[in-house]
Ligand binder design. Structure first.
Ligand SMILES: [Zn+2]
Length: 117
């Protein structure tokens, strides 16, 4: 699976398909409107130059959200925890029609930290 920001400066490739996509209602995700595929870090290749993304690190500093510095699209989040082995890519960056092939699960990241579907 391949995704790209609008201008193409930031791309990702997945070597394995996610089982479902996550629609999270936390303060950052609800603003971004992202649909996250959570996958093992080793199954993701981010194709971008070092300065191609803007990093946003919020509150608990457990992850950094990356957005293209040119077109602004949010492409992925990076796990900042030393033992973290999962990251996520935003399937909104995939070709039109892609997300329709996946189950979308609602996650209550705002309060209970549980799936609510
Ligand atoms: Zn871009």
């Amino acid at each position: 699976m391949i995704g790209s920001c609008h201008c193409g400066d930031v791309r990702f490739e997945l070597s394995e398909s996610p089982k479902f996509l996550v629609d999270c209602n936390c303060s950052i995700c609800r603003r971004l409107g992202a649909l996250w595929a959570h996958v093992p870090i080793e199954s993701v290749q981010i194709v971008a130059s070092k300065d191609a993304t803007l990093k946003y690190i919020q509150g608990s500093k457990t992850l950094a959200t990356h957005s293209c510095a040119t077109c602004g699209c949010t492409t992925h989040w990076e796990n900042l925890q030393p033992d973290g082995n999962i990251m996520a890519v935003n399937f909104r960056m995939c070709d039109a029609g892609t997300i329709e092939n996946y189950q979308i699960r609602k996650f209550d990241g705002a309060e209970t930290w549980q799936f609510i579907d």
